[in-house]
Design a protein around this ligand. Structure first.
Ligand code: SAH
Length: 394
C-alpha cells in the first residue's frame, strides 16, 4: 500500500480519532508509483508507527480516515460499516417501518465513512460521493449496499455530479449503479413524497428536517402557516395534517413550486387550504398582506465557507427581522440555519438581533438540530450543521 508519512508531532489529532489529515501535516510519501487522487493510503507517524488507513486526494483535507486499524478496504469492509449504520437506523426507529421508508443510512464522518452519503427512499438508495476515494470505490460500495439491504433494495442511484471536486476531472455522470426504478414515491411518518433524485437538490429530499417537520405538525392546529423556502414542501404537508387553517408555500424556484403542489396532491387532493407561490423570500415578506401566525424560515446555507460568515449572519438577521415584524402576536416562528460555518451561538445572536430590531418580545420554546439519522461523530464536531429555534412571539 502507498504510504504517507506525517511530520513530527502531527499524529496527535489521529490519537483523538479525528478523521481528517490536512495537507500541511504531511512530511512525505513513500510509493513506487505516483499517488493518484482517490488512492487508499496507509498513514504513518514520523517515526514509522502505523496510524490509520484512508483516502487521499488533492486539497486541504488530504486524507479522510477510513480506519485506525490494519485491515483491508474491500467490499466486506464497506458491508460491515453499512450494517453498523443500518443497526443505528433501526435502533432510532426510522428504518424497518411500513410508514417510514425515507431515512439517511450513511452520514459521512458520523458513520465512520467520510466522504459518503446514502439516503434511502423506499426501495431505492441514492448514493453521493464527496471524496474522490469514495467515487473510485463506488461499485464496491453499491455491491456492499445490496448485500446489507437484501430484498429491501431494488436500485442504487449514484448522484455525485456536483459534489466531487471539479478539478479532479473525473467526468462522472449521475445514473443507476445497479437496478432501476421509476417508483419515486416514498413515505415519511405516514406522509407520501415524490423524490426527484434525478434533478432534485441534495439527494432529492431534505431528509434532515423530519423531526422538525413533526414539531410543526404539533403546532399547526388552527394556524395560518407560511412555509418560506419550501422546496418540496415537507413542512407544508405536515402543517396540513396538523390541522392548519391555511398553508402558503414560497420558493423562488418554479420547479420547487411544482414539487410542493405534486406532494400536496398526493396527500391532500382537493383540499383548498394550500397555495404555493414562486417568489423571492424577502420580496414576499415585504409585500405580504396575509397575517400569518406560524412562519417557517428554512433558507439555503448562507455561508458555505468561514470567510462568508459575517455576510451570512447579516442575511439571517435581515430575514428574521422581517418575519418578527410581520408575524401575528402570539405567533410561532421556526427559524433554521443549515450553514456548517455558522455555529449555534452565532445563529442565536443573529436571531436575537433581529428580534430586537423588530422590538418584539420573544421566548425560545425549542432548540432544534439535525435528527438522529444524521449523527455527529464525537471526535468530529464539524459534523454538526443544522440548527433551529422555535420562538413564541408575543
Ligand atoms: N425547507 C425545505 C428545504 C429548503 S432548501 C425542505 O424542508 O425540504 C432552500 C430552498 O430555498 C431551495 O428550494 C431554494 O430554491 C430556495 N431559495 C433560495 N433562495 C431563495 C430566495 N431568495 N427566495 C425564496 N426561495 C429561495
Amino acid at each position: 500500500m502507498k504510504k504517507i508519512i506525517l511530520r513530527k508531532g502531527k499524529e496527535e489529532s489521529l490519537g483523538r480519532f479525528h478523521p481528517w489529515i490536512f495537507s500541511g501535516a504531511i512530511h512525505h510519501t513513500e510509493s513506487d508509483v505516483a499517488l493518484e487522487e482517490g488512492d487508499i493510503v496507509e498513514v504513518l507517524s514520523f517515526d514509522g508507527q502505523f496510524l490509520a488507513i484512508g483516502h487521499w486526494q488533492i486539497g486541504s483535507i488530504a486524507v479522510r480516515v477510513l480506519t485506525f486499524k490494519q485491515q483491508p478496504i474491500n467490499q466486506s469492509f464497506w458491508a460491515k460499516r453499512f450494517s453498523a449504520a443500518l443497526d443505528v437506523r433501526k435502533a432510532i426507529g426510522v428504518a424497518g417501518r411500513e410508514d417510514n421508508d425515507i431515512y439517511r443510512l450513511v452520514h459521512g464522518e458520523g458513520d465512520n465513512l467520510p466522504g459518503l452519503v446514502v439516503d434511502v427512499y423506499g426501495s431505492t438508495a441514492v448514493m453521493q460521493a464527496h471524496s474522490v476515494g469514495m467515487h473510485v470505490c463506488r461499485n464496491d460500495l453499491a455491491n456492499a449496499l445490496k448485500e446489507v439491504m437484501g430484498e429491501d433494495l431494488k436500485a442504487v442511484y449514484y448522484k455525485s455530479e456536483t459534489t466531487l471536486p471539479f478539478k479532479a476531472q473525473l467526468g462522472q455522470e449521475n445514473g443507476f449503479l445497479w437496478g432501476e426504478s421509476n417508483d419515486d414515491v416514498a413515505r415519511e411518518n405516514g406522509l407520501q413524497f415524490h423524490i426527484d433524485w434525478l434533478k432534485g437538490q441534495k439527494t432529492g429530499f431534505f431528509v434532515d428536517q423530519r423531526d422538525n417537520r413533526s414539531l410543526v405538525e404539533q403546532y399547526a392546529q388552527g394556524r395560518k402557516v407560511l412555509n418560506m423556502f419550501c422546496y418540496t414542501g415537507g413542512f407544508s404537508v405536515y402543517a396540513m395534517r396538523g390541522g392548519a387553517e391555511l398553508v402558503h408555500s414560497v420558493d423562488s424556484s418554479a420547479k420547487a413550486v411544482e414539487l410542493v403542489d405534486a406532494n400536496m396532491h398526493l396527500n391532500f387532493p382537493n383540499d383548498h387550504r394550500h397555495k404555493a407561490f414562486a417568489e423571492d423570500a424577502f420580496r414576499y415578506m415585504v409585500e405580504m398582506q396575509e397575517k400569518y401566525d406560524l412562519i417557517i424560515l428554512d433558507p439555503p446555507a448562507f455561508a458555505k465557507h468561514k470567510d462568508a460568515l459575517r455576510n451570512a449572519l447579516r442575511g439571517y438577521t435581515k430575514l428574521n427581522a422581517k418575519a418578527f415584524e410581520k408575524i401575528k402576536p402570539g405567533g410561532i416562528l421556526f427559524t433554521f440555519s443549515c450553514s456548517q460555518a455558522v455555529n449555534k451561538d452565532n445563529f442565536r445572536t443573529a436571531v436575537f438581533t433581529a428580534a430586537a430590531m423588530a422590538r418584539r418580545k420573544v421566548r425560545i420554546l425549542h432548540q432544534l438540530h439535525q435528527p438522529a439519522d444524521h449523527p455527529v461523530n464525537i471526535y468530529h464536531p464539524e459534523g454538526e450543521y443544522l440548527k433551529g429555534l422555535v420562538l413564541y412571539v408575543e
